[in-house]
Design a protein around this ligand. Structure first.
Ligand SMILES: [Zn+2]
Length: 156
C-alpha cells in the first residue's frame, strides 16, 4: 500500500483488527521512509459500481469520495468516527444491493441525505443545501469546498 504522504510503496502493517462489527478489517500502517502513519480498511466488494452523473458522464464509484463528503458534512459535529464508518458502509451496502451496476449521482446524494438526516440534523441541512446547488455541475471538489464549514471564529 502506497504511503499517502511520501508515495513510498513499501509500507508496513502494524496492527490489524476487525472493525464495524466484522464487516471490515482495519489496518494501522507505518511508512518507514517518512514515519507517516495511516489506516486502511479491507472490505468485501460485492460489485463494481459505476456512478452516472447528471451530465451523463460515468465514473467508477469511489468509496473514499463518498466518505470524504460525509466526513466534511459531519465536521465538528458530535458523531463518533466509528459511527461515520458504519454509516458509509451502510450506504455502500445499500448501493450494492440495489441490483444495478449503474447508479446516478442523484440517487447517491439522496441516500446520503437520508442517512445524515437520521443521525445529525445540522449535517443534513449543511449537505442538502450545498448538494442542491451542485447537482447541475457535479464538480465534486467544488462540492466539498462549499460543504466545508466556515473556519471557527472563537468556538472550541
Ligand atoms: Zn511515507
Amino acid at each position: 500500500m502506497r504511503c499517502p504522504f511520501c508515495g513510498n510503496v513499501d509500507t508496513q502493517v502494524k496492527d490489524s483488527r476487525p472493525a464495524e462489527d466484522h464487516v471490515a478489517i482495519r489496518r494501522r500502517r507505518f511508512c518507514p521512509a517518512c514515519g507517516g502513519r495511516f489506516t486502511t480498511y479491507e472490505r468485501v466488494q460485492l460489485r463494481d459500481l459505476v456512478v452516472v452523473k447528471s451530465n451523463g458522464r460515468r465514473e467508477d464509484f469511489d468509496r473514499d469520495k463518498l466518505e470524504r463528503s460525509v466526513r466534511i458534512a459531519l465536521q465538528k459535529r458530535p458523531i463518533e468516527p466509528e459511527r461515520i464508518d458504519q454509516m458509509v458502509s451502510g450506504i455502500v451496502r445499500r448501493l450494492e444491493s440495489m441490483g444495478e451496476t449503474d447508479i446516478s449521482s442523484k440517487q447517491i446524494g439522496e441516500i446520503v441525505m437520508e442517512r445524515l438526516a437520521a443521525i445529525d440534523t445540522v449535517a443534513y441541512v449543511r449537505f442538502a443545501s450545498v448538494y442542491k446547488n451542485f447537482q447541475a455541475t457535479d464538480d465534486f471538489e467544488d462540492f466539498l469546498a462549499e460543504l466545508a464549514p466556515p473556519q471557527p471564529k472563537s468556538e472550541s
